[in-house]
Ligand binder design. Structure first.
Ligand SMILES: NC(=O)c1ccc[n+]([C@@H]2O[C@H](COP(=O)([O-])OP(=O)(O)OC[C@H]3O[C@@H](n4cnc5c(N)ncnc54)[C@H](O)[C@@H]3O)[C@@H](O)[C@H]2O)c1
Length: 251
C-alpha cells in the first residue's frame, strides 16, 4: 500500500495550482495549500474530506521573511513534506502588454525574482531535508516555455526567473537523486488561467494562432503532468523539463 503522502502546493488558490491540488487530492495525497490570497482557505475546506487532509497557509511569497515563516508553519502542520510543487508565479504586464526590456525597473526585476525564483529556492531548502530523511521526495517546479527558448510574449525578468528555476531544479535533481528524491520542471506554454487573462484578448488570439495545436492549453493538461511526476511511477524521471505547449517548441 502506498503510504499517505503530503504535498505542498504554492499558488493553489487559482489556475494551475488549484487544478494540481484537485489532481493530487484525487490520488489520495494530503495537501498544504499556500497562497497570498485568503481564498485559499475556502479551497482547502472544499477539497478536504474522504480521508484526505487539506490545510491552508496564507503567505505572500514576495516577502522573503514571510516565506521563511511559511516554511516553519508548513513543517508544524505535518510530519514531513513528500511533494513540493512550486507553482506560484507572477508576470507583471504594462496595460495588458509585455513589459519591454528597457522599461523594466530593478524593482520589477527583483519582485519577479523573489516570487518566481527566490521563494522556490527557500522552500526547497526548507522542505527537501524532510524528503531526504524519508528517502523519498518529489520537487516539481512550474517554470515556463519562456524559460526554455526565446519568447516574444514574455518579459525579460519573467523569462530569466524561469530559466533560473530550471537551472536550480537540475542541480537539486543531481544532488539528491541518491536519496530517492526527484526534481523536475514543467514548462507550460500558453494555458488558459487568470494569469494568462492579464494579457488582452487580442494578444491571446494572436498567441493561439502560433501554437501548432491552434489553441491555448487547459489547466488539466498541466495538472495531469504534476500528478504523474508526483507518483511512484515517475521515480526514474529526474532533472528533466516537461514541455507542455501544444507543439510550440518541438525541434
Ligand atoms: N498560464 C500560463 O499560460 C502559464 C504559462 C507558463 C507558465 N505559467 C506558470 O504557471 C504558474 C501558475 O500560473 P497560473 O497561470 O495558474 O497563474 P494564476 O494567476 O492563475 O495563479 C497564480 C496563483 O499564485 C498566487 N500568487 C501569486 N503571487 C503570489 C505571492 N506573491 N505569494 C503567494 N501566492 C502568490 C496567486 O494568488 C494565484 O492564486 C506560474 O508559475 C506561471 O508563471 C503559466
Amino acid at each position: 500500500m502506498t503510504p499517505q503522502r503530503t504535498a505542498v502546493i504554492t499558488g493553489a488558490a487559482s489556475g494551475i495550482g488549484l487544478e494540481s491540488a484537485r489532481w493530487l487530492r484525487d490520488s489520495g495525497v494530503s495537501l498544504i495549500l499556500l497562497d497570498r490570497s485568503e481564498t485559499v482557505r475556502d479551497v482547502a475546506s472544499t477539497l478536504s474530506g474522504e480521508g484526505v487532509r487539506v490545510q491552508a497557509v496564507v503567505a505572500d511569497l514576495s516577502d522573503l521573511s514571510a516565506v521563511a515563516e511559511a516554511g516553519e508553519r508548513i513543517l508544524s502542520l505535518c510530519e514531513g513534506v513528500d511533494i513540493l510543487v512550486n507553482n506560484a508565479g507572477v508576470h507583471p504586464k504594462v496595460d495588458g502588454r509585455i513589459a519591454q526590456f528597457e522599461e523594466i525597473t530593478l524593482e520589477d526585476w527583483e519582485f519577479v525574482f523573489r516570487v518566481n525564483t527566490s521563494a522556490p529556492f527557500l522552500l526547497c531548502q526548507k522542505l527537501v531535508p524532510s524528503m531526504k530523511r524519508r528517502q523519498w521526495g518529489r520537487v516539481i517546479n512550474i517554470a515556463s516555455r519562456a524559460g526554455r527558448t526565446y519568447s516574444p510574449r514574455a518579459g525579460t525578468h519573467y523569462s530569466a526567473s524561469k530559466a533560473a528555476v530550471i537551472g536550480m531544479t537540475r542541480k537539486i535533481a543531481g544532488d539528491y537523486a541518491a536519496f530517492g528524491i526527484t526534481a523536475n520542471c514543467i514548462a507550460p506554454g500558453q494555458i488558459e488561467t487568470p494569469l494568462a487573462r492579464t494579457s488582452t484578448p487580442e494578444v491571446l488570439a494572436e498567441a493561439a494562432k502560433k501554437i501548432p495545436a491552434g489553441r491555448l492549453g487547459s489547466v488539466a493538461e498541466i495538472a495531469s503532468a504534476v500528478a504523474y511526476l508526483a507518483s511512484d511511477g515517475a521515480s526514474f524521471v529526474t532533472g528533466t523539463v516537461i514541455d507542455i505547449n501544444g507543439g510550440e517548441t518541438m525541434g
